[in-house]
Design a protein around this ligand. Structure first.
Ligand code: DX5
Ligand code: ZN
Length: 224
């Protein structure tokens, strides 16, 4: 199974100091930075755009994992790739040709990712995984749109189902992840942990990242 990585979501960082937040993530030992992009249509909230990705790209050497909560992601992938995204994740529920959009993301030199909402069954993405068009899977453990929501345990069954079929697939969990919930998510096979509120509200980011990593590593795969 792929290695454990911690990805702070800068949605929860101080918007007035985003560059500093990116540098802090790097010095705290994070592995990647997660950027949440919302259009006010696919989700009720509006957040960051390509300019925020370009800012993060300038501020840090860490890979940028860009989560597009957009109804029509196909119209924006080029701008996000140009801005310096390393991975671009779209939703299976989006209004687009998913296969084609994933292919185009790769064609732009980025890793392609597919995401599922809490109400979407794991089987919804099996076809695209069987075709090999996604480099990363993201399982949502909250209804997307806002940080600081409660972790939905029902995501764990989906993690396990995907991990059993695709043992080497980078598998991400996003929403309500803290030093406790990370254990169950890791136990069910997640290896990439997106965390906003818990990390950015910690008194010490370095120890919060280290604790999350240690807790994930301790329980990784034990419920598979
Ligand atoms: C939710 C976003 C998440 C969110 C996670 O729409 O996709 O990445 O920022 O935030 P926390 O860790 O606060 O649940
Ligand atoms: Zn996200």
């Amino acid at each position: 199974m792929p290695k454990i990585e911690i990805m702070p979501s800068i949605l929860a960082a101080d918007m007035g100091n985003l560059e500093q937040a990116c540098r802090d993530c790097e010095s705290a030992g994070a592995d990647q930075i997660h950027v949440d992009v919302m259009d006010g249509v696919f989700v009720p909230n509006i957040s960051m755009g390509p300019a925020a990705v370009a800012m993060a790209d300038k501020a840090t050497e860490l890979p940028l994992d860009v989560h597009l909560m957009l109804i029509q992601p196909q119209n924006h992938i080029e701008a996000f790739a140009k801005a310096g995204s390393d991975s671009i994740l779209i939703h299976i529920e989006a209004d687009c040709d998913v296969e084609d959009t994933l292919k185009k993301i790769r064609g732009l030199g980025c890793r392609s990712g597919i995401t599922l909402n809490p109400d979407t069954p794991a089987e919804a993405i099996f076809q695209c995984l069987e075709k090999g068009s996604a480099d990363e899977v993201l399982v949502m453990s909250v209804h997307p749109g806002f940080g600081g929501q409660k972790y939905i345990e029902a995501a764990e069954g989906k993690l396990a189902e995907i991990r059993r079929r695709w043992p080497e697939m980078p598998l991400s969990i996003d929403g309500g992840i803290d030093s406790e919930t990370v254990k169950a998510a890791a136990a069910h096979g997640a290896n990439l942990f997106v965390a906003g509120t818990s990390l950015f509200s910690a008194s010490d980011l370095t120890s919060a990242v280290a604790e999350m990593r240690a807790n994930a590593e301790a329980d990784y795969g034990i419920k598979l």
